[in-house]
Design a protein around this ligand. Structure first.
Ligand code: CS2
Length: 495
């Protein structure tokens, strides 16, 4: 913490911002909420909220698409307080090299803390002015079983929501109660736009929501089928978690006191399937790509960017690195990451219209190496139980079916399992953040690989593939016997 005197963010400072900070030039009072967004974290605020802010800057007739943000997790209390204290304004800083630019984003008009006021969220879902409900619920937030692909009805939070529809814990409980109210109020159709890193995120959202409603509100199922559209989309922007370092940076560089700024890389991308049942903002004016088939973009992004992130995160952490840029710049990692992308993932990627995969991969390596955003390895290592099944396992399964190479991808799985043992090579504790941490760490520490792989809700049927199990066993043994660096060296050497 530094002692610089800084101006707290609020509407009042917008007319007199520091010279090096941009703010909304449009009149926020004119904005009306047309989008309800569940999951207002760093990513939503660096991505969707920015695109809308850009759109409002572009002028009329777009004023009906402001965002009403919603937080449903107890840990959203800090965001709730920050946004309420700051009139829903926050600083978005883009950083690369020694350049940075800051801007106050005005597209978020209101924030509802559903954890404390679920009724307010249900009512807003039923408000006819809301035409789009968008989601960043994280990969785990859709609660589906990896083996069957179906909603996991055994999940404790899902069971809570089926029993307590007025005090839900998951997106499904909020959506079911809110949409039931919308149906009864005759408030019209609505789009449910998932913005999570899942292939076919719209399909997943539809399948899981309908499965939930089949248990909770049967009559709602046909209404949803006719009145809700579920576009798929690919979203991309590397956005580290906000820490005191970002708050200090905003204070010292821009003279602003922001309880929850967000720092991101300059790159951003959004490719969206154009199926919005109740209309949509003209986001094509500000760089969003609308298309009829998002699948190739999603697959490319998730299997290359997110997968390589995971491979860097676990193994990099075990090697003693704490930031993604350090790992991306480490000479010993480069050939590993390149071979993982080129040999094990690229052959699985279909032609992506307008994209040269070679250039795409080179740009990923540059983005990973961005040292000024200081993306944390531990942010990437969070929630492995829901990330690996989406980012890594599908490529392994597809390569197994082709009898293709899986060594580097399997090293990522072995590193994750070694990471889950929760003690590093120096005997220091590894902080595991995963809703399944207890179960996974117990199995990883007992060295019972069979028991781990038997968790089909995570591993699907990978545990029954002999070749995969053999390679995983070897790599895990090497991580224990030789350590992370030497194991990386042997995999790079083709051993
Ligand atoms: C990361 C993503 O969490 C992760 O594992 O790979 O958050 C990544 O930074 C974003 O998807 C980039 O668009």
């Amino acid at each position: 913490m530094t002692n610089t005197i800084a101006t707290p963010i609020s509407s009042a400072i917008l007319k007199d911002l520091p010279k090096n900070v941009k703010g909304p030039s449009y009149d926020r009072a004119k904005l009306k909420e047309g989008i309800l967004h569940i999951g207002v974290g760093g990513f939503h605020r660096s991505h969707q909220a920015l695109y809308l802010d850009d759109l409002f800057e572009a002028g009329e007739p777009n004023w009906d698409w402001a965002i009403c943000g919603v937080g449903i997790m107890p840990q959203d209390a800090a965001m709730n307080k920050a946004l309420k204290d700051q009139d829903c304004l926050y600083t978005l800083v883009e950083r690369i090299g020694n350049k940075s630019s800051a801007r106050i984003i005005g597209s978020l008009k209101e924030y509802l803390f559903g954890y404390e006021q679920p009724e307010a969220v249900f009512d807003r879902i039923a408000d006819p002015a809301i035409k789009i409900i968008s989601l960043t619920a994280t990969e785990g937030g859709y609660c589906f079983h990896q083996g069957s692909g179906e909603l996991d009805l055994e999940n404790k939070s899902i069971q809570n929501d089926l029993k307590n529809p007025q005090k839900p814990q998951t997106i499904f409980g909020y959506l079911a109660t809110g949409l039931e109210r919308r149906r009864k109020a005759n408030a019209g159709p609505v789009t449910l736009l998932s913005c999570d890193n899942l292939q076919g995120n719209g399909h997943v959202a539809k399948r899981t929501l309908l499965a939930f409603c089949a248990q909770s509100n049967k009559d709602l199922v046909p209404w949803i089928e006719q009145n809700v559209s579920f576009p798929n989309c690919m979203v991309d922007r590397i956005t580290p978690a906000t820490t005191d370092a970002e708050r200090d940076f905003v204070r010292t560089t821009y003279g602003l006191e922001d309880a929850f700024p967000v720092v991101a890389e300059p790159f951003k991308q959004w490719v969206v399937e154009d199926s919005f049942i109740s209309g949509r903002p003209a986001l094509e004016k500000v760089g969003v790509q609308f298309t009829s088939d998002v699948a190739p973009y999603e697959k490319m992004k998730i299997r290359l960017l997110n997968a390589t992130h995971s491979a860097m995160g676990y193994l990099g952490y075990l090697c003693g690195y704490r930031y993604i840029y350090e790992i991306a710049q480490a000479p010993e990692f480069m050939p590993y990451l390149k071979a993982l992308m080129d040999e094990e993932v690229t052959p699985l990627i279909d032609n992506v219209p307008g994209v040269n995969l070679g250039e795409y991969k080179a740009s990923l390596m540059e983005r990973f190496a961005n040292e000024s955003i200081k993306d944390q390895a531990l942010r990437i290592c969070m929630d492995g139980s829901s990330k690996l099944p989406k980012f890594i396992f599908p490529s392994i399964s597809e390569q197994l079916a082709l009898n293709g190479p899986i060594r580097r991808l399997t090293l990522c799985v072995a590193s994750w399992i070694r990471f889950l043992e929760a003690k590093d090579e120096k005997g220091e504790e590894i902080p595991i953040q995963d809703p399944m941490a207890e179960r996974l760490t117990k199995a990883a520490q007992s060295g019972d690989l069979k028991a781990l792989l038997a968790m089909t809700d995570i591993f699907g049927d990978l545990g029954s593939n002999e070749r995969f199990v053999k390679e995983l066993t070897e790599l895990l043994a090497s991580l224990h016997e030789k350590g992370a660096r030497k194991t990386l060296g042997s995999v790079v050497a083709g051993k």
